[in-house]
Design a protein around this ligand. Sequence first.
Ligand SMILES: Nc1ncnc2c1ncn2[C@@H]1O[C@H](COP(=O)(O)OP(=O)(O)OP(=O)(O)O)[C@@H](O)[C@H]1O
Length: 596
Amino acid sequence: MLRRWIFARRFATKTRLPQGRTLEAPPMNDSELLEAIEKDPEIVNDRKWRSSYYHQLSQLSGVLDTRFQEKLQKNLRKIESYNVRINTPIEERIRVDLTKENLTFRDFYSNLLVAKAIENSTGITTPTEFQKRIFALASGYVSTVAVGEPGTGKSTALFTHGLFLRRAPARGEGINSLVLVNSGLQAVQMRKYAEKVYQSIRRVKPKSLPNIQTMAQFLYRADQQTEEQQIKDLMDTPCPHILVSTPQRLLDLLATRGMDFMKVNSLAYIGVDDIDHMMDTDAPVDAQRKTAIVKLLDYVLKLQDYRRFHNEPHPQLLFTTTAPTPRSFLDELQDHTQWFDWSKFHEMGSFTRGNMADTCVVPKNVGVGCVLVRPSMTKSNKVRTNLVSMKAPNYGERHDWEQQADGEAAYVEYWKRKRSLMDKPVREGELAVLVSGLVKLLKKQKQNFQKTVLVIVSDETSVFQVQGLLAKLGKNVEVFNGQENATAAKKGKLLIANVKTVEGMTFKSLDTMVVLGLDALRDTKTFVSLCGRFRNESGLIAQDQFGLVDDEKEVKNKMIILSPVLDVGEEERNHLHRLCLRGGLVKWIDVVGVSE
Ligand SMILES: Nc1ncnc2c1ncn2[C@@H]1O[C@H](COP(=O)(O)OP(=O)(O)OP(=O)(O)O)[C@@H](O)[C@H]1O
C-alpha cells in the first residue's frame, strides 16, 4: 500500500528524490494512508494525471469488450445449444425420428464416407430394430444398458457407433473408443467386419487412413506371434480410433505396460458387448469385484474421472445384454459402481422383474427336444444304444409360470456338487455313451441331417475327446475355429465346439444343433445364447421371431439335447422344463419318434 502511494504520488507530482535519499515510511496504518491520499491535493487536484489515467482505462476496457463480444458472438450458438441440451430430458436429445420409414445408417450419422463404406462392403444398409433404438440414444450422447434378443445386430451396433464417433479436439491425443468383447473369437469376428469397411474406405479415399491400425486394433489372447504383432501395432500406432479387446487381455497389458503405453485415459466412448456373459447379472456387484470386467471398468473409468478435472465430458457407455436380464442388475450398477454418469443414462429394452421373460427370447422357430441314451451290453459283450425322446414338459396355467420358473440358482449349486463327485473315468465313460448315441441318431435320422450339424460340448477337453471318438468311427468332423462360413451347407459334416467359444458367434444358415450332455446347458443365459445361433443368410434373426410367449410356434431349427438316461433325475427334468419356460414357452419336439 505504502509503495503504491509513494509511486502514485511521485507519478502525480513528477518529483524525484535526491540521489542517495530513501523515502521513509509514513507512520500511519492503511486506512490512515488511504485517507491521506484522498485528501492529498497534489493527487486529487491533478487533472492531467486523472484524465490520462481514465483515458487509458477506457481504452483498455474498450479493447477487452470488443474481444469479449467477438468471442461471445462466435460461441453464442454453442452456449445456447449446450444450455438447451443440458436442460432437456434425455428423450428429447435424440435427434432421429424413429417413426420415419426406411431409416438407414445415414439418418443417424452424418459421416457419409463411413456409411457408404459399410453399405458397399457388408451390404448392411438398414439398421435392425435394436440398432435403430441404440443408435438413436447414442446420437444424443446418452449412455445405456441395452437389452436385446440374440441375433439382432448388437455387437455390430457397438462397433459401428465407435466408427462414426468423431473425436473432439479438446480431448487431446488418445484412443477414442474402447469396445470390450467376451472372447478372442468375437474380437476376430469384429476384425473381419472392420477390415471390410477399411478396404472400402480406402477405395473411395485412398489417403484418408494410412493403415487399418489407425482405424481399429484388436487385442486378445492368441499364439505368441499374433500377440507380439498386437503389441507392435500399438507401439507403431498408439492411438487407434477404436480399440477392441477382451477384458483380461487389456488388464494384463495395463498391468505390464502401463497407462503410457495403453492410452485409455481420455476415452469418448466405451462399449461392452454381452455384459451378461462377462458378469453374473443376478449376483451383487460386490461379489464380483475380482472379475476381469469389473476390475477393468473400475480402473479405466477412474482414469477418466481424473481427466474430468480438466473439463472432459464423461465417456459415453453402451452395454448390451441378452434378455432375460433382471432390473436388479441396473440397481446394482447404480449403487455399487461409479461407471455411469446417471444424468445421461437411459435404459433400453425390457428388464425382467420376475423369473419369467415377457417375450420369447428363444426365437419362435426354434424347437428343443431331449433324447435319452440308454446303453446296454449284448451277449457278445458289444455295447448297444437305445434312444428315446424325453416326454414334453407341461407348461400348465399362466399363473403358475412364475413359480415354475424359479429355482435356477439352486440347480446350479446342485449341478456343481454333482460334478465335483464325478471322477475322470466316469466323465469319459459318459462322453463315450453320448458319442455312441450321436452316431446312432445320425444313422437313424439321416434325412434330418442334410446340412452341417453343430455339436456342442461343455469344455475344451471334451472337444478333442469327442473329435477323437468320432474320427475313430469314421465320421467327418471338424473343430470350430471361428470361421464364419464354417456352417456353409455341407452334407453330413459335424462341427464340434466348446459352448464357451460359440457365444456371440454367427452361424449362417445353421438349422441343427446337438448338445452333448446337460453340462453344456447350465443356465438360462447359456440356453438362450445357444438357441440364438440359428441365423438366416444375412446372419440375423428376424424381429418377428420374438413375439409373446404364448404365440404360435413353427419349428424350423432344432436343438437336440443328448443325455445318458442315468444322468437324468427329477432335478434335471425340472431344469430343462425351466429353461424352456424362461426362454418363452419353447416348443418341444419329439426327435426319435419313441417317447419314454
Ligand atoms: N443391420 C444389419 N443388416 C444386415 N446384417 C446385419 C445387420 N447388423 C448386423 N448384421 C450381420 O448380422 C450378423 C450378426 O450380427 P451381430 O453379431 O452384431 O449380432 P448380435 O446380436 O451381436 O449376436 P449375438 O446374439 O451373437 O450377440 C453379422 O454377420 C452382421 O454382419
